[in-house]
Design a protein around this ligand. Structure first.
Ligand SMILES: C[S@@+](CC[C@H](N)C(=O)[O-])C[C@H]1O[C@@H](n2cnc3c(N)ncnc32)[C@H](O)[C@@H]1O
Length: 379
């Protein structure tokens, strides 16, 4: 990551501009993942960090759905059209991950595609990278309104290489924020210094909000937080599904109980933005709609397509043969995907067997004096 003193400079810059920094930036797990920890105790409702509006970058998007490549075009235009703002934001850029430290669907390397063991995912990522090229070369924009002039037509932009453009696109994919429209504001896409160093947590302890009164974006404690505790916010519910987390943020989680990938649910694609999909147990638990033999068969048909098994993936991860951190994340992803498929199948199978045991032969017992029959289930 960026040198440790970059976060010190970032904090000083934010405070000089009227912000508040109750966070320290550093490693938050044994693998050295960078994140934010509370610098002191906070009560519920207290502001943990505040970033003044003039230290944010408003990507001027009217829709939260613009692709990261289009947002990157808009950001890079600022370099030519607002050089003062670009210079003002230097402490933020210095805090962001370098080119070797960020990875997601926009900068996937071709040799990593087969590691996914999924031709559907491969073609999806290839298409995303084609979009990036189309926006970069100005051949098209994904949005028909053509809101963003391609950099290719921008005077002075010739020195922005495709690699530069891909790097900024990947940053905007993983380090920009969408705020949906509310009664008083339109939907916005923004870059938020410091707040973009907070990791995702499924059980977050802060929520991000805009606070027009203080002219700041703030992280507010949603529970009491103790000094030294990692501060997290919920990026999206959908990230409990590892295909979503991998493609958008390039991390995976070994959840307990495991969650199927979005694309392994029937009728769901990895692109679907279902904010609160039913939990797996609501779909697959005993008596749930997908607790049926046909679904076991469907999940098995996905599992048998993989050329390696879960154990082989685990052995590969332990072998030390994968020298590149990105390869390790992808292999871990496919291993966890298979594990979730297997455990879901086993859970459904067990529930079906349990139900079958309790369903003995049905005997119709006539009840004396009654005009109808009552069914009794004999064990
Ligand atoms: C907005 S940034 C958060 C700060 C980032 N860790 C950093 O140091 O720059 C998003 C990136 O952080 C990492 N990240 C966020 N939440 C994570 C999590 N729960 N587990 C693993 N990595 C996570 C991923 O690399 C993701 O692309």
């Amino acid at each position: 990551y960026a040198p440790a003193d970059s976060s010190q400079l970032l904090s000083e810059w934010l405070v000089q501009n009227g912000g508040k920094v109750g966070l320290e930036i550093g490693a938050v797990n044994a693998e050295g993942l960078r994140g934010a920890v509370a610098a002191r105790d906070f009560e519920e409702g207290e502001i943990v960090a505040a970033v003044p509006f003039n230290c944010t970058i408003d990507l001027a998007s009217q829709e939260a759905g613009d692709t990261a490549a289009e947002l990157a075009t808009n950001l890079l235009r600022m370099r030519f059209e607002d050089p003062e703002i670009w210079a003002h934001m230097e402490p933020h850029r210095a805090s962001l991950p370098g080119r070797d430290q960020i990875y997601n669907k926009y900068i996937f390397q071709m040799e990593h595609l087969p590691l996914l063991q999924d031709p559907g995912m491969e073609s999806l990522i290839t298409r995303v990278m084609e979009w990036l090229d189309e926006v970069y070369t100005g051949a098209t924009t994904v949005e028909p309104q053509y809101r963003f002039t391609s950099l290719a037509h921008h005077p002075g932009a010739a020195d922005i290489s495709r690699e530069d453009f891909a790097y900024y696109t990947s940053l905007l994919d993983s380090y920009s924020f969408s705020f949906p429209a509310d009664e008083s504001h339109e939907a916005r896409r923004l870059m938020l210094p410091l707040l973009d160093l907070i990791n995702h947590g499924g059980q977050p302890n802060v929520a991000l909000k805009r606070d027009p009164e203080s002219s700041c974006y703030v992280a507010v404690a949603v529970h009491p937080i103790r000094r030294g505790e990692e501060v997290t916010h919920l990026y999206s519910w959908s990230l409990e599904r590892n295909d979503k987390a991998l493609l958008n943020y390039f991390f995976v989680q070994d959840a307990e109980p495991p969650r199927l990938c979005a694309m392994d649910l029937p009728g769901v694609s990895v692109w679907d933005t279902v904010e609160s999909p039913p939990a797996d147990h609501e779909l697959y638990g005993p008596g749930a709609p997908l607790c049926i033999q046909e679904e076991v068969n469907r999940l098995r048909s996905i599992l048998v397509m993989f050329p390696t098994g879960e154990d082989q993936d685990a052995a590969l991860l332990e072998s030390g043969e994968l020298s590149d951190w990105r390869e390790r994340v992808i292999v871990k992803f496919r291993m966890l995907r298979k594990r979730a498929l297997r455990l879901t199948m086993q859970g459904v199978q067990a529930a079906l067997e349990e139900a079958a045991q309790h369903t003995g032969p049905r005997v119709v017992v006539p009840i004396a004096g009654a005009t109808c029959f009552q069914q009794a289930c004999l064990e």
